[in-house]
Design a protein around this ligand. Structure first.
Ligand SMILES: O=P(O)(O)OC[C@H]1O[C@H](O[C@H]2O[C@H](CO)[C@@H](O)[C@H](O)[C@H]2O)[C@H](O)[C@@H](O)[C@@H]1O
Ligand SMILES: O=c1ccn([C@@H]2O[C@H](COP(=O)(O)OP(=O)(O)O)[C@@H](O)[C@H]2O)c(=O)[nH]1
Ligand SMILES: [Mg+2]
Length: 733
């Protein structure tokens, strides 16, 4: 049976050594481990990851491997040096600060990068060792961004998903990384790429378009003729588990115990790993301001602050610990009394029953990270509120704020806003608390972790199925052989060939795309054959076509069909065409040229084209949208069509297109071999006009109405050369 192989830096269980040197197995902290921990044991799934200890002796490794395998885990053993450079270094001193907009903390060290690559390769070797061909591989998080493409190199047909649990920063921040392109290339080895929020997703897409120069169509990216889907999948929690835990006798008895020692003050709760992204010092300062602004709450409200140790070998985290200790001491010293402690501060982790008791007891959850991919603590708080009493104050910088809009949403940098939010929360009527709680609980119940896993994995299956269907279009060796044979045996042939992008590569200067010697040889040989019509079907103006190829026995369609030249005849245009509209449209396009550096207008007999291939990425696309909407109504009245192509907007008469033009030949001819090759949207009209038996071939992208697809203009030339060589057709005298 097909399995899911989950791959993440850390396993959901961490191995530790006790005082006697015996191995102990404890659950890992952090959102990823608690989130996916509930599902990986289903079926035969396997979780591949680091067990969180440096193993020196082989016996221990063996013992841990066996024990972990019993629980569907496959350990990747990492050395102290690897952890230092790959995990603490590149992952947590380079990527983590950059992705959380703390780029002033980021270190760019070559030694970190080298080790990051090596460890990703190590993970790759393990995955390849575990995975069966039909398994689905699901890679998680920023520590393993190179892994999807490394697996793709080894297992080209594998089904690979990638999910990023932390924010994806805006392009302006991401571009600061020296290894930005390699990181994106790594992720693009996946078939499905998921983020928590729509913003993360669009930041990623904009980086891919600017750094790797690959655009997208509604979140779909074409790479190596493989469709990759990018989408947002906000992670949920195991709702029922937290709700059940909140009702369990163990939790209730702990609540009684904690309450007795705390007294009956109101309680605010915060729980996070010790991390500068979580905004802990700012939160403490906010609590300080609150107590001085509202002295009536002194003695009446306490902050229960759980800080879980994390990445304590990383310099910035060590400093943070000192800062937090100092602030807690200062505030407790400033306001505390014999019978009231303002802040109850714990620097350790707690078992679930304790956490559940804290969630139940808290009147207010204060979740105010500076940046957080999602933040599960706030979701767990909501799920634990069985009586529906309690208020969530949530930072707008946490991914969770996009779903939990009934919380009091705050900007953690605006300290006075958060102080007011605390006051609002402490004084909120219970009925109002219930209304908000109900909405948020309904959302979290539906969008649980089970829902998330299903959504992601079903989508990945869908993407893979679509890829397989598309793959049937690829012109493989046997199809090519059939085409060549049909060509050889045919009596009358029509070959429709688009020019730019089909016979020559796309050039940023249109006039530089002149035919080279190889192409001239091909055209010369094709046109020399008996019973063979070669029709150059292009958007280019007739003069250029005539100058470049007019000396061969080629037939032409120019300006997408405005001009036609059939064998032995002169250039001819559609009689009814009117070009007077150009006088009205040209000034509009000129206005766009004036405000868009390096854009230009190309004028043809019956069309105007606005080109933006040399314009700053993004700006050109924006202006194109503006032009299209500007001309929307005008064009309908004037009987014009406005078409968007590769870095162009083209305006022309409604009755002109390559399909109509090519029909002239189809209607007249008795050809038993028809072929049409093209790369652009305008060629779709040609494909549609072809008879059923025709070989329609799209260059590049697989998304097309054509029956087949080839990679690029070189593949087209290769095919045409083979046709010439194999046809053994008599040459015209
Ligand atoms: O493994 P560690 O270095 O100890 O760190 C713990 C984990 O922290 C991060 O969690 C993120 O994932 C959560 C769930 O999607 C999300 O709610 C949170 O906002 C993120 O910060 C990290 O992404 C994991 O890889 C770490 O294992
Ligand atoms: O003592 C603790 C405190 C917290 N957590 C869990 O750690 C996770 C923190 O995830 P979150 O998404 O809030 O932040 P991250 O640490 O992943 O950045 C939550 O599921 C908490 O229940 C834990 O296991 N033990
Ligand atoms: Mg073309």
């Amino acid at each position: 049976m097909a399995r899911t192989i989950i791959v993440s830096n850390r396993l959901p269980v961490k191995v530790q050594k006790d005082n006697k040197g015996e191995l102990q197995y404890k659950p890992s902290e952090g959102g990823l481990a608690t989130g996916l921990g509930s599902i990986y044991k289903e079926g035969d799934n396997v979780w591949v990851g680091w067990p969180g200890l440096y193993f020196q002796d082989e016996d221990n490794k063996k013992e841990a491997t066996e024990r972990l395998k019993d629980e569907n885990m496959w350990p990747v053993f990492l050395t102290e040096n690897e952890i230092k450079l790959y995990y603490e270094g590149f992952s947590n001193e380079t990527l983590w600060p950059t992705f959380h907009y703390f780029n002033q903390y980021a270190l760019y060290k070559k030694s970190y990068w080298l080790e990051y690559q090596k460890v990703n390769q190590k993970f790759c070797d393990e995955v390849v060792a575990v995975a069966n061909p039909d398994d689905t591989i699901w890679v998680h998080d920023y520590q393993l961004m190179l892994l999807p493409d490394m697996i793709r190199q080894k297992l080209p047909d594998a089904s690979i998903g990638f999910f990023l649990h932390i924010p994806f920063p805006s392009f302006e921040v991401f571009r600061l990384l020296p290894w930005r392109r390699e990181l994106l290339d790594g992720v693009l080895g996946s078939d499905l790429i998921g983020f928590h929020t729509y913003d993360d997703m669009r930041h990623f897409l904009s980086s891919v378009s600017r750094i790797n120069f690959i655009g997208n169509h509604h979140g779909q990216i074409m790479r190596d003729r493989r469709t990759i889907v990018v989408d947002s999948f906000p992670i949920g929690i195991d709702y029922d588990k937290y709700a059940a835990s909140a009702a369990s006798p163990a939790t209730l008895s702990r609540e009684v115990k904690f309450r007795t020692s705390l007294g009956d003050q109101k309680l605010m709760l915060s729980i996070d790993r010790l991390d500068y992204s979580k905004g802990i010092p700012a939160r403490l300062q906010i609590f300080d301001i609150f107590l001085s602004k509202h002295p009536e709450y002194q003695g009446k409200v306490s902050l229960l602050m759980i800080v879980v140790p994390s990445r304590d070998n990383v310099e910035k985290y060590k400093h943070l610990k000192e800062e937090v200790d100092l602030l807690v001491g200062r505030i407790n010293g400033k306001y505390g009394s014999m019978n009231w402690t303002p802040i109850h501060y714990f620097y350790r982790s707690f078992p679930l029953e304790d956490l559940s008791a804290f969630y139940r007891m808290a009147d207010v959850a204060l979740v105010t990270p500076m940046r957080d991919g999602m933040n599960l603590v706030c979701k767990e708080f909501i799920a634990s509120k069985l009586d529906k009493h309690g208020v969530l104050i949530l930072s707008e910088m946490a991914g969770a704020s996009k779903e939990l809009s009934e919380a009091i949403i705050v900007n953690p940098n605006d300290k006075h806003q958060v102080v007011d939010a605390i006051y609002e929360a402490l004084t909120m009527p219970e009925e109002e608390q219930e209304v908000h709680m109900n909405y948020m609980q309904d959302t979290l119940k539906k969008f649980s972790i089970h829902h998330w896993v299903k959504l992601f994995l079903d989508r990945l299956t869908g993407v893979k199925d679509k890829q397989k269907k598309m793959a049937t279009k690829v012109m493989d060796a046997s199809m090519k052989a059939k085409l060549l044979k049909d060509f050889e045996e045919s009596k009358e042939r029509l070959l429709f060939l688009d020019y730019d992008g089909t016979l020559v590569p796309f050039n940023s200067d249109p006039q530089k795309a002149k035919p080279d010697q190889q192409l001239l040889d091909i055209i010369s040989a094709l046109t020399a054959m008996e019973n063979t019509h070669v029709i150059m079907i292009s958007g280019r103006d007739k003069n250029t076509l005539q100058n470049w190829l007019g000396h061969f026995d080629v037939e032409f369609v120019g300006e997408h069909g405005v001009w036609v030249r059939m064998r032995g005849k002169e250039w001819k245009t559609i009689d009814t065409l009117d070009g007077t509209w150009k006088e009205e449209i040209r000034p509009i396009l000129e206005m766009y040229c004036d405000k868009t550096p390096r854009s230009f207008i190309e004028e043809k007999d019956y069309s105007l084209v606005w080109h933006y291939r040399k314009v700053e990425t993004g700006l050109g696309e924006l202006r194109a949208r503006e032009i299209i909407s500007h001309l929307k109504y005008l064009s309908v009245n004037m009987n014009l069509q406005v078409l968007e192509g590769n870095k162009v907007v083209e305006i022309k008469n409604l009755e002109v297109n390559k399909g109509k033009a090519s029909s002239r030949w189809i209607e007249k001819s008795k050809a038993d071999f028809v072929m049409a090759i093209g790369d652009d949207w305008t060629d779709e009209d040609t494909f549609k006009a072809m008879p059923k038996h025709a070989y329609t071939i799209k260059v590049g992208d697989l998304r097309s109405g054509a029956r087949f697809s080839v990679r690029d203009h070189l593949a087209v030339r290769d095919l045409l050369e083979k046709m010439v060589a194999q046809a053994k057709t008599p040459i015209k005298s």
